[in-house]
Design a protein around this ligand. Structure first.
Ligand code: AVJ
Length: 334
């Protein structure tokens, strides 16, 4: 593991301009596997190159997309209480898988302060965006030891040593846990529990079940930013994998499925067409879709069950007044 521009690079990083830890080979392989599947499906992690991360930042500002601002409102109100709970047993290091722009994290790190936080370890697929966030954080919080890691946390969660004596808090905000099907979510939380260790903690942001109309509009904003975010994966496959997707021949389509309790995002083919990628030809029937994201919505009982299945015990929860979002603190169930 050799530092690169301040970013610790895990073995899986291939500096081939793919803007992230996932190599071009892995991206191509996942794309071919996903497009061969029935129904066709791609991982939402491929939204996040630099352009995709910026589009997601724009989504967080949309009036319809309540998720980020609701979580922020909880942190603004409860950061010092959460910090006291986290550092009750002494100083800690904060590890953040999928650390995008770190807006929420700043609130937590400031509430912890130099006495109670020995290091911050952001882990993200978008290496460039991670470097940018790390530089900003170092400038804003000069006392903070920032140790960015470019890695795909859904595959591995490598952690740098920060010296003895500090407990580990794995911080996973933003309801990104919602992107994982239940069995994968359990596996991921178990990995977090392992990384946190016996005295460790897991702090999770979870979007809660609510009026389907509210959910629907959050993923179908009037300005079409979510549609552009959704289509970003097609643009990436064209630019990075030499595919020939016509972005205008696919429509953004997102809906809430109450039975599985998730939002599904799709790209729907507007006609029968063929797409070439990686030397292969894929046929899309008129109306056939690629599922590009699932975003599960939880209630507290479901979240507690998930935690227990991953070897974690729910220690505390903070919700907004409208009970739209929850910040949950888990400790290792010894
Ligand atoms: C970052 C996964 C939490 O599912 O709400 C936003 C991503 N997708 N608009 C979510 C997203 C469409 C977001 N997560």
């Amino acid at each position: 593991m050799t530092p690169l521009d301040g970013i610790h690079e895990s073995e899986s990083v291939a500096p081939d301009g793919s803007g992230g830890a996932t190599s071009r080979g892995a991206f191509l392989n996942d794309a071919l596997v996903g497009l061969r599947a029935t129904p066709k499906r791609l991982s939402p992690k491929y939204f996040y190159d630099r352009e995709g991360s910026l589009l997601f930042d724009a989504i967080c500002e949309l009036p319809e997309y309540y998720v980020t601002r609701t979580e922020l409102s909880i942190l603004e109100a409860k950061a010092s209480e959460i910090a006291s709970r986290i550092a009750a047993r002494g100083p800690c290091r904060v590890v953040e898988p999928g650390a995008g722009s770190g807006t929420k994290t700043r609130l937590l790190l400031r509430a912890l302060g130099p006495e109670r936080c020995v290091a911050y370890v952001p882990v993200d697929i978008a290496g460039e965006h991670l470097e940018h966030t790390a530089r900003q954080l170092r400038a804003e919080l000069p006392w903070l030891r920032v140790m960015p890691f470019a890695a795909d946390f859904s595959v591995e969660l490598p952690l740098p040593s920060t010296g003895a004596g500090a407990s580990t808090v794995v911080y996973f905000p933003g309801s990104t846990i919602g992107n994982f099907d239940p069995e994968d979510a359990e596996r991921l939380l178990s990995r977090f529990a392992q990384a946190a260790g016996r005295d460790g903690l897991v702090l999770l942001g979870v979007d809660l079940k609510k009026d389907p109309a509210v959910l629907h509009s959050a993923y179908n904003d009037a300005r079409g930013v979510t549609a552009a975010f959704n289509k970003n994966v097609l643009r990436r496959m064209n630019e990075e994998l030499g595919a020939d997707f016509e972005l205008d021949a696919f429509d953004h389509y997102a809906f809430y499925a109450p039975v599985p309790g998730r939002i599904e995002m799709h790209l729907v083919s507007t006609r029968r067409q063929q797409v070439r990628i990686g030397g292969q030809v894929f046929t899309f029937e008129h109306g056939e879709s690629i599922c590009t994201e699932r975003s599960y919505k939880y209630d507290l009982a479901m979240a507690e069950r998930l935690g227990r299945a991953a070897g974690l015990m729910l220690a505390a929860s903070w919700l907004d007044d409208a009970r739209r979002f929850a910040v949950l603190l888990f400790r290792a169930a010894v």
